[in-house]
Design a protein around this ligand. Structure first.
Ligand code: C2E
Ligand code: CA
Ligand code: CA
Length: 597
């Protein structure tokens, strides 16, 4: 008891403790040899951990005993028996053991106690006497206590290990092996606690977000996105930056770094450049070269916040600011950012509310045939009537919807509303032409999109032919089998697909040819200066030629005047859309237009 509670003892490692206990046993009981054995995982053999001889001291040479030779001995141990034997050569439990024990031999009596390790037999502590000895009750009690003590040491070790494991799991991100958000918070908390109010020790929190990871996931596949995340993690971890203290992964594509002692902002600049540069080298995923960048937001303790949440919030909003100013750059937090972050947060939650509670509305802009008269379709355009800001154009709030991850929900709301309007028009016996709905990249990548659309068509008893979907070029770049499948399922329902804002993005001819699109919409920026601008004329002509070659129809957007119309008609553009014909209008107005009074 005294030994176990001495500071010297508790500070030792497991082997050290076993050595001390064996020596104590040898001395106090006056036995010739004390050895400690552990069972292997299967429980079929015993391995000697150490043996202590009174004359010669410790001996760490390994020995091994198998169950097959020592059946009775093993059975007794498993039954938690204390094996107290006066004459080794006559007791069935130790008979074979006396033949096996070749290390010095000469054992007349044995006193062995099983050691338990949680729920299994963990080993045995064995006392051997060279002369025959009748073990007393005190001997037995003593060795039992020692065996119990070893069991306790085993349990403690197991507990420590599991705590280490648990600690690892709760503080690390298992995808990248970096620290996680919890570890980051703990670390910041410690830094803040260490720092004194009178003489604060400043540090910087860098919030690092991969630019356009969504586009990479959508365009090149999720496996490429995953590779990018783990490579960025590896580069951030591997960077040799004086002052770098901890790197954590705090979200899907977000990382955080704590940077110490940035006393002069100059050194901070250097660190930021180094990060941007390290991430800027192309990442190879298989044969593909992927160009990646990050946006970084930086807040300083204690100047930009003296508690964890404020520091994190501020570095995060600075990061959003860096993104909004063109990505691939760093932004230091300042009070303007704070104000705009608050406003943004408010607007985001109001938009979410509008989507959920029918706070949006739809306007329809008619599309006419080449003759500039016949109404052949309409495009549904979303509107948001904001309480204080009034009617907001999609150009103002769609970027917000994208960043807040609300865009797919918005598109779905639109689809549903348009289906309802089609159904209602049908009930009023007004035949609407096909209505085109805009779909964001997020919505088109939703693997459940075709099921959802199918559900809506069914619910509102709308035919697929009454609906068209427009997606921008960039939403379909890259190769994805899932996208193709979604598009084909939509086409099978009778829905026509068009590529919106054609000419502004990137799409290979091959993609155009292989995906089931039937229409191109020429972006307004090309029609605007027709026919004066020769470049725009050339681009429009080449789009028309391309479409003809691929058997696609063409809609010109943004037609505002007579000259544009005449030129487009002459070049054989199939459909026209713009203020020259109609402004976007309510469904009621559209119906009136369709049944002239
Ligand atoms: P878009 O798909 O290119 O839609 C046409 C835009 O051009 C509309 O702006 C329309 O009002 C405007 N426009 C039409 N004719 C003319 C014209 O002759 N002159 C001029 N200057 N403009 C004309 P709007 O409604 O502000 O929509 C802007 C963009 O917002 C749309 O561009 C579309 O990309 C997006 N959008 C609109 N509704 C939705 C929606 O429900 N979901 C998604 N994902 N995007 C939408
Ligand atoms: Ca459109
Ligand atoms: Ca467009």
């Amino acid at each position: 008891m005294q030994l176990q509670h001495s500071r010297d003892f508790s500070g030792r490692d497991k082997r050290g403790k076993l050595e001390a206990l064996s020596a104590l046993c040898g001395e106090l009981l006056g036995v010739d040899k004390v050895s400690v054995w552990t069972t292997c995982i299967s429980g079929n053999s015993l391995n000697r951990v150490l043996s202590y001889r009174r004359e010669s001291g410790l001996d760490n040479s390994p020995r091994n005993l198998g169950r097959e030779q020592l059946g009775d001995y093993f059975s007794a141990l498993s039954a938690a028996e204390i094996i107290s034997v006066e004459d080794v050569s006559s007791d069935p439990r130790t008979l074979t053991l006396s033949h096996c024990d070749g290390d010095g031999g000469g054992v007349a009596s044995l006193l062995d106690a099983p050691i338990f390790d949680g729920c299994r037999l963990g080993g045995v502590i064995s006392l051997a006497a060279g002369q025959r000895r009748r073990w007393t009750l005190a001997d037995i009690a003593f060795v039992t206590a020692i065996a119990g003590c070893v069991s306790l040491i085993n349990s403690h070790e197991a507990w420590l290990n599991s705590r280490k494991e648990l600690d690892y799991v709760t503080h690390h991100d298992d995808f990248t092996g970096l620290f996680n958000q919890r570890a980051l918070r703990n670390h910041i908390k410690r830094l803040i606690e260490q720092s004194s109010r009178a003489l604060p020790e400043p540090f910087a929190l860098l919030w690092i977000d991969i630019d356009r990871l969504n586009a990479i996931n959508n365009g090149m596949g999720l496996h490429v996105g995953n590779e990018v995340v783990s490579e960025v993690a590896a580069r951030l971890r591997g960077m040799l930056l004086p002052g770098k203290e901890l790197v954590a992964r705090v979200g899907g594509d977000e990382f955080a770094m704590i940077y110490r002692f940035p006393k002069e902002v100059g050194t901070m600049h250097g660190a930021v450049d180094a990060i941007l540069e390290a991430i800027g080298h192309p990442i190879m995923v298989g044969e593909q070269k992927v160009q990646v960048s990050v946006s970084i937001g930086i807040s300083f303790f204690p100047y930009d916040g003296d508690d964890i949440s404020t520091l994190i919030r501020h570095s995060e909003s600075a990061m959003y600011h860096a993104k909004a100013s063109g990505r691939r750059q760093a932004q230091y937090f300042n009070q303007d950012i704070s104000a705009s972050a608050k406003a943004r947060f408010l607007l985001e939650s109001q938009l979410a509310d509008a989507i959920a509670n029918n706070g949006l509305s739809v306007l329809y802009q008619p599309i006419v045939a080449n003759d500039g008269q016949r109404l052949v379709g309409a495009e549904a355009l979303v509107r948001w009537h904001h309480e204080t800001l009034g009617f907001m154009s999609p150009a103002e709030f769609l970027p917000l919807a994208y960043e807040a991850g609300l865009i797919a929900a918005l598109d779905q709301w639109m689809l549903e509303r348009v289906c309802r309007d089609i159904r209602e028009s049908c009930r009023l016996e007004v035949a609407l032409p096909p209505v085109a709905v805009n779909l964001s990249a997020d919505a088109i990548m939703d693997p459940q999109l075709s099921d959802k659309v199918w559900g809506m068509l069914h619910r509102y008893q709308v035919k697929g032919e009454q609906l068209e979907l427009e997606v921008i070029e960039d939403a379909i770049k890259g190769d994805s089998r899932a996208l193709r499948q979604t598009l084909e399922e939509l086409v099978r329902m009778g829905i026509k697909l068009s590529i919106d804002d054609f000419g502004t993005g990137y799409s290979s001819l091959l993609r155009l040819k292989n995906l089931p699109f039937t229409k191109l919409k020429i972006d307004r920026s090309f029609t605007r200066d027709l026919p004066q601008d020769v470049d725009d004329c050339a681009i429009t002509l080449s789009i028309l030629g391309l479409a003809r070659g691929l058997g696609l129809e063409v809609v010109a957007e943004g037609v505002e005047n007579q000259e544009q119309e005449a030129w487009l008609q002459e070049q054989g553009c199939d459909y026209l859309q713009g203020f020259k014909y109609h402004q976007p209008m309510s469904i009621e107005r559209l119906r009136e237009l369709l049944i002239p009074a």
